[in-house]
Design a protein around this ligand. Structure first.
Ligand SMILES: Nc1nc2c(ncn2[C@@H]2O[C@H](COP(=O)(O)OP(=O)(O)OP(=O)(O)O)[C@@H](O)[C@H]2O)c(=O)[nH]1
Ligand SMILES: [Mg+2]
Length: 299
């Protein structure tokens, strides 16, 4: 065996990430969101489930632990040879914070060996606890190191940010993000803009009008990409919606990646809005969904 083989072995070693937290916290929902880019309903995990995902050349072996009482005794054994620990808490279920604290503290000695991140889930719900309330309720300041991040495994809110953090803590490298759009706009089937999110006031000038015109025109053509005022606009259609994404030409544009990002968002919206099948449209809901999901695209 040559030196290259040995190096490859070390470099390509899977990183083991163990995901713990009370039952119903949303652990399995997060794993499936990472795999599919959208929300899927799951039944409670019996024992544990293993999944491998690849993030920028690093293979992450996600161990999704069952959170019901009977399975909690298994957590420590899995954590013993892990490289990273996630503890997930349902931020809307304040009545169970004391129970969550108790379980977290049972495994708290892991922080001496590996990084631990607390994910405060369900941040799509209106009545969630603030991060400082969670820090206090779980007594996190007493840990030698901790980090809490808000996410939603239903809408995707904060997921990329959380995984960037996890990747950095585990590898010491920054997860580079190639796609950095300036704006994302969703239109109805007729080309009427429904909602727009942008990283600055990029849509204030003539650009927004230009995008809207472009969308109308592209009905009659195969055109799905144009350049306006130093920007590239990419356009995509799903069953009931349309979307556009604006990228600065000074960025190293990977059109395929931009299209994939937009496509993921559209698939997610179609999945979350089954009422679209009945030609019904809830604009407020759509706005909220785009806002939450866009945290993964705009940053
Ligand atoms: N509103 C909302 N519901 C969520 C979110 N994430 C998960 N859920 C719901 O919470 C419930 C539990 O999700 P699971 O992913 O099965 O929870 P779990 O932590 O894997 O539970 P165990 O396997 O029993 O440990 C499901 O009904 C999910 O649809 C979220 O971000 N927002
Ligand atoms: Mg589960």
């Amino acid at each position: 065996m040559g030196i290259k083989n040995i190096l490859r072995r070390i470099v390509s070693k899977d990183r083991k990430i163990v995901i713990t937290g009370l039952d119903n916290a949303g652990k399995t929902t997060m794993v499936s969101f990472l795999q599919t880019g959208t929300f899927i309903e799951h039944t409670p995990t019996m024992g544990k489930e293993e999944t491998t995902i690849e993030v920028q050349g690093v293979r992450m072996n996600l161990i999704d632990m069952g959170g019901q009482k009977d399975f909690r005794a298994m957590w420590q054994g899995e954590l013993d040879d892990a490289q990273f620990a996630i503890f997930m808490v349902d931020a809307a279920d304040k009545d169970r914070f004391a129970e969550a604290k108790e379980e977290l503290w049972k495994i708290s000695s892991v922080v001496k060996e590996i990084p631990l991140i607390v994910l405060a889930n369900k941040y799509d719900l209106p009545d969630v606890a603030s991060l400082s309330e969670i820090i206090e309720a779980l007594d996190l300041q007493r840990l030698s190191s901790f980090e809490v991040l808000p996410i939603s495994c239903k809408t995707g809110y904060g997921i990329v940010k959380a995984f960037k953090k996890i990747y950095y803590k585990m590898t010491g490298d920054q997860l580079t993000k190639k796609l950095r759009p300036k704006a994302v706009t969703i239109f109805d089937k007729g080309g009427v803009p429904l909602t727009s999110t942008s990283s600055d006031d990029v849509l204030k000038g003539g650009l927004f009008a230009a995008i809207t015109n472009f969308i109308k025109e592209s009905f009659n053509s195969e055109l799905n990409q144009i350049k306006i005022e130093g920007n590239t606009i990419i356009f995509k259609r799903s069953n009931h919606l349309m979307g556009s994404i604006v990228i600065d030409d000074t960025e190293n544009i990977d059109a395929k990646e931009a299209e994939d990002g937009l496509n993921e968002l559209l698939c997610h919206l179609e999945n979350m809005c089954p009422e679209l099948e009945q030609e019904k449209l809830d604009e407020e809901k759509l706005k909220f969904l785009v806002e939450q999901y866009s945290t993964n695209l705009l940053e």
